[in-house]
Ligand binder design. Structure first.
Ligand code: GAF
Length: 381
């Protein structure tokens, strides 16, 4: 079997190579599925897809260099698999099959630079890279936003995570040196100059991924929907937490459970922080931007309860360092990375310091990398 894979890889002549990046998010966590605001961008680490047509009607082979496994499937008999990573692929195929009958048999090799479970959305990169590549290979002529949306639906329908649109949107729509202020209600967005000089974007990977992540994610979404359902009984125009103001929420403080009240408060406050943060970035006020990042983490830790002790440790560790203006957990939570804005002259010293402290505390190796706002999914020239 291994030899079979080696033959597949060594004889592979790609017709098309697609680069599909991971993403970071500066602020606006768990707001996307509440129709709120987010401030993400793609990064310079990616998944690389090599594609070729294989002259069959419907036989497809996708080899993952990460898992050292090949999935083989027939376009006419698509069904979910027991392996999660395969469902990202099969889920995209299933959504594409609802939109087009122009796809034929193809082969693909997938090579990833993105750590899994790090909160930098290797899953959206996988979905979007495949969708983007097949759109090119078979001239499907689907606009980019359709690729974003079908990738999100693939995750809902085949993987079972009821994710928002942020990750797929950032992976596909980002541009070099820009961050995206996205209104998830209307999908309108504005590109903002991602100039953080003299600060750099440092990601610290806890290298933990607590298995609560997936179930708690869907639970949080359900809790927000429950809060909306209760409020909309007396405010029929309220369709999501985006339509709820803080004073409106306070009218319901006695009716909602304390848990629902905290979850909803967090989302409403976080939306406000995203708008304030994008304004700060546009004005070059990075101190204020950083304070909002800390406030976001605080809300995620105490009100939304999606952080964990490893993430809290890293954020707390940065707090008395004047060279770090902001730090927070990033992505769904329960592990993965923190995002830190750190003065460029302090990076090496800080990484040494925090790596040692983290190892002492948890006996886990911290990994870290500097990243920059980068181009979304593209064809390798
Ligand atoms: C995950 C999801 F996929 C996103 O849609 C978003 O909700 C994020 O968690 C939290 O902000 O990455």
């Amino acid at each position: 079997m291994e030899n079979d894979h080696e033959g597949f890889i060594s004889n592979f002549k790609a017709e098309l190579v697609i680069l599909s990046p991971g993403r970071i998010n500066f602020i606006g966590e768990h707001t996307d599925y509440n129709n709120g605001f987010v401030l993400p961008t793609a990064i310079d680490k990616k998944i690389i897809f090599s594609f070729r047509k294989n002259n069959t009607d419907s036989q497809c082979n996708v080899y993952s260099q990460t898992y050292k496994k090949k999935i083989q499937f027939d376009l006419n008999t698509l069904k979910p698999s027991n392996e999660e990573w395969e469902n990202y692929i099969l889920g995209v195929m299933n959504e594409l099959s609802k939109l087009t009958d122009k796809i034929r048999g193809f082969d693909c090799i997938v090579k990833s630079e993105l750590p899994i479970g790090a909160g930098i959305s290797s899953s959206a990169a996988l979905e979007c890279g495949l969708a983007y590549g097949l759109n090119e290979l078979f001239d499907l002529e689907l606009p980019k936003i359709k690729l974003v949306e079908l990738s999100q639906r693939a995750e809902h329908n085949y993987v079972g995570t009821k994710c928002g649109i942020m990750d797929q949107f950032a992976s596909v729509m980002s541009e070099d040196h820009k961050v995206i202020l996205l209104d998830c209600k209307t999908q309108e967005y504005r590109l903002i100059d991602g100039n953080f000089d003299p600060y750099k974007i440092l990601l610290l990977n806890t290298n933990v991924s607590h298995n609560l992540a997936e179930s708690e994610y869907n639970t949080r979404r359900a809790e927000c929907e429950e809060a909306v359902a209760m409020i909309s009984e007396s405010h029929s125009n309220v369709k999501s937490l985006r339509d709820v103001t803080k004073s409106m929420l306070d009218e319901f403080k006695e009716k909602l459970s304390p848990l629902h009240y905290e979850r909803a408060s967090y989302v409403i406050e976080e939306n406000d922080r995203v708008l304030q943060a994008s304004e700060s970035l546009e004005k070059g006020d990075l101190q204020r931007f950083g304070k909002l990042m800390y406030a976001s983490h605080n809300g995620l830790q105490h009100q939304y309860e999606v952080s964990c002790k490893e993430l809290d440790f890293l954020v707390d560790f940065s707090k008395d360092k004047t060279e770090i203006v902001g730090s927070r957990m990033m992505g769904g939570g329960f592990g993965g990375c923190t995002i830190n804005l750190i003065h460029k002259d302090y990076i090496n010293e800080y990484v040494d310091l925090v790596t040692k402290a983290y190892k002492e505390q948890f006996d886990i190796e911290l990994t870290s990398f500097i990243t920059v706002p980068s181009q979304g999914t593209s064809i390798q020239e």
